[in-house]
Ligand binder design. Sequence first.
Ligand code: ADP
Ligand code: MG
Length: 702
Amino acid sequence: MEKNVIEQVFGTDVFNDDVMRAKLPKDTYKSWKKTLESGEDLHIEIANVVAHAMKEWALDHGATHYTHWFQPMTGVTAEKHDSFLSPASESKPVLEFSGKELIKGEPDASSFPSGGLRATFEARGYTAWDCTSPAFLREDAAGVTLCIPTAFCSYTGEALDKKTPLLRSMEAISKQAVRIMKLFGYNDVKKISCSVGPEQEYFLIDRDKYLQRKDLIFTGRTLFGAPAPKGQELDDHYFGSIKERIASFMKDLNTELWKLGILSKTQHNEVAPAQHEMAPIFTTANISTDHNQLTMEIMRKVAKRHNLECLLHEKPFAGVNGSGKHNNWSIITDTGINLLDPGKKPHENTLFLLFLASIIKAVDKHADLLRLSASSPGNDHRLGANEAPPAIISIFLGEQLEDIIEQIIRGDVSSSIQGSKLDTGVHVLPVLKKDATDRNRTSPFAFTGNKFEFRSLGSSMSIAGANFILNTIVADSLQDFADELEKADDFNNAVKKLIKDTVTEHQRIIFNGDGYSNEWIEEAKRRGLPNIKSMVEAIPCLVSKKSINVFERQNVLTKVELESRAEINYEAYSKTINIEAKTMIDMAGKQYIPSIIKYLTSLAESINNIKSASPSADVSVQTDLLNNCSSLLASAKKALINLEKVTAEAALKPEGQERATFFKDVVFTAMSELRAPIDELEMSVDQNFWPVPTYGDLLFEV
Ligand code: ADP
Ligand code: MG
């Protein structure tokens, strides 16, 4: 029987464990595995042998080049290709790849954002192999390239990327969690890893129409556009049957992802028209991060093959839902225990309750950092806008755990609410067991059975940021716990007291109600929870004393690295809004206003013609239209002049916080003032004169 496509293609483009076992000499393979497990430095002799096997495998698959693949602070991945051709070769080509080339690269990296960490005269940057994430092959018009996942640092060792702090944070949480496991007698646990499953939302639109919209091309979102007569009000797209063209995109996407060993699992239509979602099966945080970056890249590439464009922006269209990314996170020991699995009787599961308490404490103490980790210019349109979680960070535990927390605080823990049977009232249906807890879609940080789901991330963001912050703050709570418990005389009592004290102190972060309601905003204020409304307002927390302390204590980022990241964030925000403003200026000046003038001229000519043909004819409709549209046109022109003025002013503001704040408060407002009259005109101007495809064309004609 022929193999199923998944069996045929899965992992074929990955230099994974199976390939290594087959290709490496037994001894090398063993030492290699030992290095991985112990987390020790890799010996150059082993690296040489691995590099040789990797090269042979890549050549067998047609590779001509290799690249260190890294994730600078731009949010997208970067690569510089080298062919395997050795400099020694003269007449006959010699193809080489050494251990040194595998483990270390040196891209001239002065043009990547460094937030002042590195001046151009000290341009050296190094890429270092992240040997815990497998190398893979990429095939495109450039041929086949061997891609080596790496971390990217400066000459003096400062992190210049998203990967380095993630790897550091994984070590930090592992170290502290192992201390806790020892206290509970689990001496066999040597390592703990964070598992992440990111659910990825995206839009697909027709590429020909996309190419007619400069806003989509330059900024990834529509900067103008009146709502279509139909939006998402009928809820008929969500989980609806998938159109043929989209289905064939999904089929191709899955095949490409499976080849790379990406565990693509679910696919469905999302709430907004033209919106969809894919989710992989969870895996270790750094691999999951690499896979998510690849997934986004491949989505874009495969879409083009179907003459579609994949939009990953958080808010491509006003008036319908934007796209997010749910970050499902758990911590699992190397012996296979999921520390977030409450078991049947969570109230008796002290180990689980202690880890839960550590998370409650971490999220309450560092809600501002988590908020920051979900901040991007695009996500500013979503958080708090009743389509994504509110900007206020809180934890949803569900009925069962909340009840246990209340018992703990009262001081008599004796029971766990159990899931009951679901009665559908129909006898032919099977009897279903209900979960002990319902879902809550409005919570930013929700417990969902055996993992937490951080729901605030934007669709285009790297998941590295959220996960390194999450790992770091939880590691810090665990360190406090381990310090205290290691010196306790009576462990059992000490741990119970610690759980009780912690959840009592941090209870305010738990909220099981409707996160979209106005009452919650008031309630959160009473509880003293931060409500940080925008990215620009979130950035300062990166360099607060509290944050510097936790990142330095966990060896994840230094003060200098944090300061550089704050700068990079301000700059990214300012540049994004600047591009949006300039695109609006361009479209309004060169497309909308000229088209509207053409339409008005034709109206005026029509009025004159009718009047001269029949002086008594009623031309009031045309005249009203002419007057209304002319006055909207005048407003548009005025708003355009203002936008040009404030965008020029923004460039003169000092870089950093001040400029970013000006873009948010002044330029962004001026953009809305230009959009309003143009969108209104779109509703009355003859569609034959309208210069770009409308929301209706973009969202419904796929
Ligand atoms: P839901 O529909 O409940 O959000 P799914 O079970 O479909 O949940 O999972 C959503 C994502 O969560 C998937 O990527 C899945 O692999 C991931 N996931 C499931 N269990 C875990 C876990 N223990 N740790 C991390 N991620 C997980
Ligand atoms: Mg989910």
